[in-house]
Design a protein around this ligand. Sequence first.
Ligand code: F6P
Length: 323
Amino acid sequence: MKSIAVLTSGGDAPGMNAAIRAVTRSAVDRGITVFGVRHGFQGLVDDTIEALRARDVGGIIQRGGTLLGSARSKEFREPSGRKKALRNLSQRGIEALVVIGGNGSQAGAHQLGEMGFPVVGVASTIDNDLIGSEITIGVDTAVNVTLEAIDRLRTTGSSHQRAFLVETMGRDCGYLALMAGLAGGAEVISIPEVEVSPDEIAERLSAAYQRGKTHAIVVVAEGAKNGTNTILQHFREHEAQIGFELRATTLGHVVRGARPTASDRVLATRLGAAAVEALFNGQQGVLVGIQKGELAFTPHALVASGTRSIDFQMMELAKVLAK
Ligand code: F6P
């Protein structure tokens, strides 16, 4: 193999830059020429592809976001867009592609693979919902940003005897909210996989107030059906019985923009290097991730077939420890 390309796609995740660096430098080390594709799959369609040398990826390991830019491309979802992408790759003599991204991106990678082009994926999303990897690039940083917000809100909450609702990202997966809630000692965690009704939230907070708590934290995943506004409305109507007043903070994209933690940088470095090694050894059509702490290679067809669920025991544990 003489020439590969790398792209980042979907929502950016802290650590993507470390993965680009690892892909580039491991490939250069094997004498492979590397191309960087701007703005994800859209860049394949538009042919915004340029050479990446070892020096081009210097000084980026500590930066959030992605040097290459990212996008969610509508054009690439159409067969005509994908054909155009393949034409552009072959005109440049590019023989294989590394796709760094989450669910939608790995589904796109699978489609290219089905058209006969060698692709290897790298598990990267703050949602941590990919089949084939128990941990994905970016989620550790996003959990830590959410946790820092929880800790700060707890401080002001206990000064005022208030409850705080913190809404974090995760799309349809509650992993991020669950882990931040567990680490932050939240009184209530509500996620799409285990919904908690506004009534039950009020009951649990009221009980916490009766037990003498000076503050309470409710972590809600953005995908939960009973969202922030519904819960706030319920509290406004029943504040007198509950004890705590409730304030809400929605973190949104703030959780995506941080400097990657050491864990995310190391994970991205391992996965990026392993993706190049896999291609070098003739492997393709797989996602590189981590299973039981070890590198794992999962067929893209399986990865694209659904999403990974959370550990329900953690949810139970969080409830017990909130007493
Ligand atoms: O998939 C990553 C993610 O940050 C989700 O948690 C969130 O639902 C979504 O992307 C937001 O997408 P966008 O950046 O396109 O608004």
